[in-house]
Design a binder for this molecule. Structure first.
Ligand SMILES: Cc1cc2nc3c(=O)[nH]c(=O)nc-3n(C[C@H](O)[C@H](O)[C@H](O)COP(=O)(O)O)c2cc1C
Ligand code: SF4
Ligand code: FES
Length: 658
């Protein structure tokens, strides 16, 4: 044993290696890097060599991870490390101000150029007590702006009082009871008085009864119930869960794996974190049932690295479930063995894409695989049949077994069944999570009734309906949607944004998508070039870099919106932006290509006058409403970015090429 590695650390390392098949030790690379960094504070050359030797790999196999995953550090951070979320909802709520104030208070001169500062620009205070970095969406957009201080998430950080996060413990905002328009099934325990995450509370509420029931059913029966339920995946693509499951043959020769996708990184989305933090056994029960249905003896929960508390909660829930024989060998005397392991990511959005996730779980850079041939159900983890499902989808499975597929299908609308959790953030009075019957609530009800309406004194300018990848919809847009009638015929129905049902098909018909259920609301104070630039920065940072159109195009799009904001725009910029977007979408290995192209394509198309005007000269950003004195609003002197139809803007953009 290497004398510098203490016995306790090596014990943890050996335990982590044991979570993977003996011939797949490489999978333990990320867990080992986490353990090393937690102990020594950084990953240096010794770490790379030692871990490579331990796993029977070459040092380059470890080093390439250190340079890929933003959470891994080659240089020591300060004693207290602060992560400030810079993504859209947090930026709109003042996170750049939070960053400035924290730097001023800690004496940190922040490095802003990643090229000079290394791939992770962490800045350290002169006394080395503090370090700080901007990070991308921390899946807490409803309580923006948010920061992490070491492992603790601080929500609703007040920019003017940002220093308090360094002296006061993180406070969890109160969880709230359901709104009358909600139908809580998966979130039924969220915010319940006396609800705890321990197994006793869960069992007292009838927990694991659905697993008992499932173990009495045949595998085919369970898959059929899930098919009958019409459940569509809640991770983004909306693929029917039962259909995906039926790709797994009953007589598979290779081991079958199930992966719970808890990467939750799509900006605007913050539902899976609540499930994990507040009701972890619900997820484990859903996973155990799904494993039985698929004959999968091993499941991994791939949880993003920025959820350290979530990982600890799940680890302890797994221990409890093992003690009660809900996991492990011969669960509940059924003869079925199943184990669940937690695998932590290290800060890359692309790990949410299922094949990128699988590569990452195999201990490599999260480079998505080409489909075909690498459909996970055929050639997934370790080239074995694998089902990847979102956390919320797996929880829904438990309720489908409880009530039966047919009853579940009665919730929601045909082809859009059940309930789903929609997250609302941005310029609304009451941001938050709402579990709705799919398609039974309209966008207008969601924004104006459930989320309390647009911020005081403002109007709806635009809405991004399904996470930042979804195409933006204008607040005054009208759609012609084909609607099916009871007799099977279809008619064209005119709908405003407010009237759009919140379901996969309606949002697709409106030219956007329901995606991961993250609704970001933009009011009339928002400058659309500023908003797109924030989104572009996210995608330019998160592209894995494998495909030239995505790697180069995402960067160019960011550079163009950045220069437009800084007064260096040229008349052709909107056209160039659109052309770059058009040349990324459909030309890449994975759907990240579309995810980064769609915002640019749609923002430029829907707000041509703003982009044209910005291309000609930079316009000072309007004051955010929270910084605008109320008297000013009352006297109607607020400088706002006018609505798209404002004639002044149309004139400004009249001769622009778009
Ligand atoms: C760029 C990208 C990022 C993604 N991120 C996530 C994610 O964070 N969580 C998730 O569940 N699915 C994410 N997905 C979708 C997954 O690839 C996959 O479709 C999903 O996990 C399948 O689960 P479901 O069928 O239950 O929806 C992402 C897809 C893409 C293209
Ligand atoms: S589209 Fe982008 S994220 Fe996806 S594989 Fe290509 S470079 Fe990577
Ligand atoms: S948590 Fe900051 S944007 Fe999502």
């Amino acid at each position: 044993m290497d004398s510098r590695v203490p016995a306790e650390l090596e014990r943890k390392i050996d335990k982590a290696i044991g979570h993977y098949p003996p011939d797949q030790k490489r999978s333990a690379a990320l867990p080992l890097l986490h353990l090393w960094q937690e102990h020594f504070g950084l990953i240096n050359d010794d770490a790379v060599t030692w871990i490579a030797a331990k796993l029977g790999l070459q040092p380059i196999n470890i080093f390439e991870l250190v340079t890929f995953y933003p959470m891994l550090r080659e240089k020591r951070a300060g004693k207290t490390h602060i992560r400030v979320c810079r993504t859209l909802s947090c930026a709109m709520a003042g996170s750049y101000q939070v960053m400035e104030n924290l730097c001023a208070a800690t004496g940190i001169q922040r490095k802003t150029d990643p090229a000079a500062a290394g791939h992770t620009p962490v800045s350290v205070s002169p006394d080395r007590n503090y370090s700080i970095e901007f990070v991308e969406c921390l899946a807490s957009c409803g309580t923006a702006p948010v920061c992490m201080v070491n492992d603790d998430l601080h929500e609703n950080v007040q920019p003017d009082n940002a220093m308090s996060i360094l002296s006061q413990p993180a406070e969890k905002p109160a969880l709230y009871p359901p709104h009358p328009l909600e139908q809580r099934i998966i979130f039924k325990n969220i915010g319940r008085s006396n609800w705890k995450t321990d197994i006793k509370t869960y069992l007292d509420d009838g927990g694991y009864d659905d697993l008992r029931k499932a173990l009495q059913m045949s595998r085919a029966e369970i898959v059929n119930e899930v098919k009958t339920s019409g459940l569509r995946g809640r991770g983004g693509a909306g693929f029917p869960c039962g259909v995906k499951w039926s790709f797994i043959k009953p007589d598979e020769k290779k081991p079958v794996y199930l992966i719970g996708n808890a990467d939750e990184s799509e900006p605007g989305t913050f539902k899976d974190r609540y499930i994990i933090h507040e009701d972890p056994h619900q997820l484990l029960e859903g996973i155990a049932i799904s494993c039985f249905a698929l004959n999968a003896r091993t499941a991994y929960i791939y949880i993003r690295g920025e959820f350290p508390e979530g990982a600890r909660i799940l680890e302890s829930a797994i221990e409890e479930a093992r003690e009660h024989k809900f996991l492990g060998k011969n669960i509940l005397g059924s003869g079925f063995d199943v184990d669940v392991h937690i695998h932590r990511g290290a800060g890359a959005y692309i790990c949410g894409e299922e094949t990128g996730l699988i590569e990452s779980l195999e201990g490599k850079r999260a480079y998505p695989r080409i489909k075909p041939p690498y459909f996970p159900a055929v050639l997934g983890l370790y080239m074995c049949p694998t089902i990847v499902n979102n956390v919320e989808t797996l929880c829904a499975v438990k309720h489908i077994i409880a009530m039966g597929g047919a009853k579940y299908a009665q919730f929601g609308r045909p082809n859009n069944t059940g309930t789903r959790i929609v997250c609302v953030s941005g310029d609304v009075e009451r941001p938050g999570y709402f579990e709705i019957e799919v398609g039974k609530v309209t966008m207008g009800q969601l924004i104006y009734e459930m989320a309390g309406g647009i911020k005081w004194g403002r109007r709806l300018k635009a809405v991004i309906p399904g996470g930042s990848s979804a195409k933006v919809l204008r607040g005054d847009e009208q759609f012609k949607i084909k609607q099916k009638q009871p007799d099977g015929s279809t008619i064209d129905v005119e709908m405003s944004v407010d009237e759009l049902p919140m379901d996969v098909d309606s949002l697709a018909a409106a030219g956007s998508m329901a995606g991961s259920g993250g609704v970001i609301v933009l009011d009339d104070s928002r400058d659309m070039v500023w908003v797109l630039n924030n989104i572009n920065e996210f995608y330019a940072h998160e592209s894995c870099g494998q495909c030239t159109p995505c790697r180069e195009g995402s960067l160019w799009m960011k550079k163009i919106t950045e220069r437009m904001l800084n007064g260096g725009g040229v008349t052709e910029d909107p056209h160039t932006l659109k052309t770059i977007g058009d040349n990324i979408a459909g030309r890449t290995i994975c759907a990240f290509g579309e995810a980064c192209a769609w915002p640019t394509q749609s923002f430029v198309e829907k707000f041509p006058e703003e982009f044209a005007a910005h291309a000609r000269k930079s316009i000072p950003p309007p004051l955010p409403p929270e910084n605008t004195p109320r008297e000013l609003i009352e006297r109607e002197q607020i400088p706002t970015s006018p609505l798209a139809r404002d004639p002044g803007w149309e004139k400004a953009g009249a001769d622009a090429v778009i």
